[in-house]
Design a protein around this ligand. Structure first.
Ligand SMILES: Nc1ncnc2c1ncn2[C@@H]1O[C@H](COP(=O)(O)OP(=O)(O)OP(=O)(O)O)[C@@H](O)[C@H]1O
Ligand SMILES: [Mg+2]
Length: 243
């Protein structure tokens, strides 16, 4: 007997006006993290926008635990359990940490272990220390924590993250990966979009590589890390830069 996958994407197409960007994406995601890797402009952010209802011009099928998401507005998709951490974090510089957390529409969970600001502050003590500071005064790493915190407060089943490591120093990225692993152990499904091979492979064993709006290859971290020619072909990175 097969259970319904958490996320099932089939034949997903997306457009910006006449520009046909996603050209038939198929993906299945269970509880195991999946990383989508791809160079600049391959359609990774467009995929995130299509999955979260933020792009009006889409067709195909996206099911979350069997519920069709295509055609649903973003707030409904969030309420069904999809959390989103956008590329570039999108925080409000003049609002404090506390105000950001208070602004998130809350959703109950069936399991009872809902995220609260208190749980967020326990996960990210730096945010607790800075709760009354305007978010614009936070470091890049702290702003990323805040973006993740905001998504967690919607109590997602699935967290979609768009290049969370972008612009962060290596030591901060290590901390980010440790946090994401902790969330995975806690039962959260993660779809991680990345350009950095090392970040993707540190979190996910399952890797999908995007080229020009399509999934060109599904592979594993181990296979990709062991194959510099494959990295070069799909990601244009040398083995050294990938480290
Ligand atoms: N608002 C838009 N209007 C028209 N074309 C767009 C728009 N946003 C993105 N595109 C185009 O769609 C394609 C995919 O862009 P997308 O932002 O999804 O790529 P990406 O993989 O996220 O890139 P990056 O790694 O730089 O974030 C690109 O060719 C881009 O120029
Ligand atoms: Mg992008």
């Amino acid at each position: 007997m097969t259970s319904v996958p958490l996320l099932e994407v089939h034949g997903l197409h997306a457009y910006y006006g006449q520009s046909h960007v996603l050209q038939g994406i198929d993906l299945v995601l269970g509880r195991e993290p999946l990383a989508v890797l791809g160079r600049n402009g391959m359609g990774k952010t467009t995929l995130c926008l299509a999955l979260t209802g933020l792009l009006p011009s889409v067709r195909g099928s996206v099911r979350l635990a069997g519920h069709q998401l295509i055609g649903q507005p973003p707030h409904r998709i969030a309420a069904l359990g999809v959390g989103y951490v956008p590329q570039g974090r999108r925080i409000f510089p003049s609002l404090t940490v506390e105000e950001h957390l208070r602004l998130v529409p809350r959703r109950g969970t069936s399991t009872g272990d809902a995220w609260t600001p208190e749980r967020i502050y326990a996960l990210f003590p730096r945010l607790a220390e800075r709760r009354r500071q305007p978010a614009g005064t936070l470091s890049g790493g702290e702003q990323q924590m805040l973006a993740i915190a905001r998504a967690l407060l919607t109590n997602p089943q699935l967290l979609i993250m768009d290049e969370p490591s972008e612009g962060l120093a290596p030591v901060i990225v290590e901390h980010l990966i440790a946090t994401l692993r902790h969330l995975v152990i806690g039962g959260l499904a993660i779809l991680l979009v990345e350009q950095r091979l090392a970040v993707a492979t540190a979190l996910a064993q399952r890797i999908a590589i995007m080229v020009s709006g399509r999934i060109a290859l599904e592979t594993t971290s181990d296979m990709l890390l062991a194959d510099p020619a494959l990295q070069q072909r799909y990601l244009g990175v040398s083995a050294q830069r990938a480290a």
